[in-house]
Design a protein around this ligand. Structure first.
Ligand SMILES: [Zn+2]
Length: 462
């Protein structure tokens, strides 16, 4: 017998939208079509609502639980559910030191991360492994990680856990040869250190100098270098958190040449600008992220990139930092402030409101950007579409709702939202993961540990 029929909603795929029923059996979508009847254990009326595939957020820094904060991983997974995200990717980064799950080798780190997150999430999740100089011979272990269902890796061109060009080249080559993909943080470390030092020598320590210490050319140069390294290494390249037209131009040229270069942008670059850094310092610290927020108008260029296919998807770069904890060093100087901002719960809402409702992208393109393409690029074949045979990860979304985003209404483990007070159109009503409700009419009805680790395998991209 059919487990669930969602009746009469507007089912949206990357290719089109139509009023249809969705039947679910054994956690998978069994049928999509008109009038599937009501012969099911549960029938849910979705008239007037959009039926979307759950968002797949491929860029989060959800923290694993610790003795001091045992609910951190679970609670951010609940926030994901409320936002309509049914699968998220986190990172295991041994270079940051703070993570007990890090491990000293890539594979030790993976085993430890798996153990620490097992049975903890409310929605499905996966992990990317960060290649850092702190690991012993990480590149040699990449193939082993790919065999264990973890085919994506991250490398930073900046920070003390960043890699030099030679290491980045070797990691790209290994990924290209063994069916993996590298997610690269592209900024020029030499330039941003020089610009930071110049500010500090001049006594310019306020958060507003964060933006001028890493201007667009710092990002664009590194993006171009990563493209060249990937080209020589015969590897696909995934550029994380692209923030500006200058870097977008680099990606556009590479894609026009037919190279397997993919890039994401993030909701904050689409909806906020650098004027936030002129706020009083404690407030401005909330927006200290890297790359920084850019000049007004840059967001329009990114929306165009999303609309025309130059940008592959939107990820959040969710960092659950708190002003009162990780960011409290805002008093010292801009370069001492923890980088990052929360966003796991507001992804779908913001892209719908500012993208679809504002007329910048179509509904179908939004589904492609938030679900179908991230699932495909990151090797999750059962995720990302309301289609027969896929996991029944469903979001019932009310396109006519109007509300105001407030920290007080969110569920993430940060103590603020960058979007406080922002009026938005649209609201997530109910969310199912593999056919089981985790959010129902705005209330959490899921369970800790229901979320499963997703083993992934990439399509050949190059
Ligand atoms: Zn990030």
């Amino acid at each position: 017998m059919t487990d669930l029929i969602v009746r009469g909603g507007t089912v949206v795929t990357a290719a089109g939208a139509a009023i249809a029923d969705v039947a679910v059996e054994g956690g998978r979508i069994a049928a999509v079509g008109p009038d599937l009847g009501s012969d099911a254990r549960e029938v849910v009326d979705a008239a007037g609502l959009l039926v979307l595939p759950g968002a797949v957020d491929v860029h989060t820094h959800v923290r694993v639980a610790s003795d001091a904060e045992p609910d951190r991983f679970f609670q951010d997974s609940v926030a994901a559910a409320f936002g309509g995200t049914t699968t998220f990717l986190a990172f295991n980064n041994p270079g940051t030191g703070g993570s007990a799950a890090a491990g000293r080798t890539l594979l030790d780190g993976l085993r430890s991360w798996r153990a620490r997150t097992e049975g903890d999430a409310a929605v499905d999740y996966a992990v990317s492994l960060v290649i850092t100089p702190q690991l012993e011979d990480a590149i040699a272990e990449m193939a082993g990680a790919i065999e264990l269902g973890v085919p994506t890796f991250k490398a930073f061109m900046v920070y003390d856990f960043g890699v030099d060009d030679a290491t980045l080249y070797r990691a790209l080559a290994m990924a290209g040869a063994s069916g993996g993909m590298l997610q690269v943080h592209c900024e020029n470390a030499v330039l941003l250190e020089a610009l930071t030092a110049r500010h500090l020598e001049a006594g310019e320590t306020l958060p507003r100098y964060h933006a001028t210490s890493r201007p667009p050319y710092v990002e664009a140069e590194a993006t171009a270098r990563a493209v060249a390294l990937a080209r020589a290494a015969r590897a696909p390249l995934y550029v994380v958190h692209l923030s500006c037209r200058e870097a977008l131009d680099v990606v556009r040229i590479a894609r026009a040449e037919g190279r397997p270069v993919f890039s994401e942008t993030c909701p904050h670059y689409l909806t906020l600008d650098e004027s936030r850094y002129l706020l009083p310092s404690e407030e401005a610290a909330k927006y200290v992220i890297s790359p920084p927020l850019r000049a007004a108008g840059q967001g329009d260029a990114l929306w165009e990139g999303l609309a025309d296919g130059s940008l592959a998807l939107v990820g959040t770069d969710h960092v659950p930092d708190r002003v009162a904890v990780e960011k409290r060093s805002w008093r010292e100087s801009f370069d001492r402030i923890s980088n990052g901002a929360p966003g796991i719960e507001t992804l779908l809402t913001l892209v719908y409101s500012e993208g679809v409702a504002a007329g910048r992208i179509s509904l179908e393109r939004m589904v492609d950007l938030l679900a179908t393409t991230p699932a495909r690029l990151f090797g999750m074949r059962f995720k990302g579409a309301v289609e027969v045979g896929r996991d029944a990860d469903l979001v019932l979304f009310d396109p006519g709702a109007r509300r105001t985003l407030r920290q007080a209404d969110l569920h993430h483990t940060s103590d603020y939202t960058p979007y406080e007070g922002r009026a938005v159109v649209g609201a997530v009503r109910s969310v199912a993961v593999r056919g089981s409700w985790v959010v129902r009419d705005g209330a959490f009805v899921g369970r800790r540990g229901f979320g499963r680790f997703v083993e992934r395998e990439l399509e050949r991209l190059s």
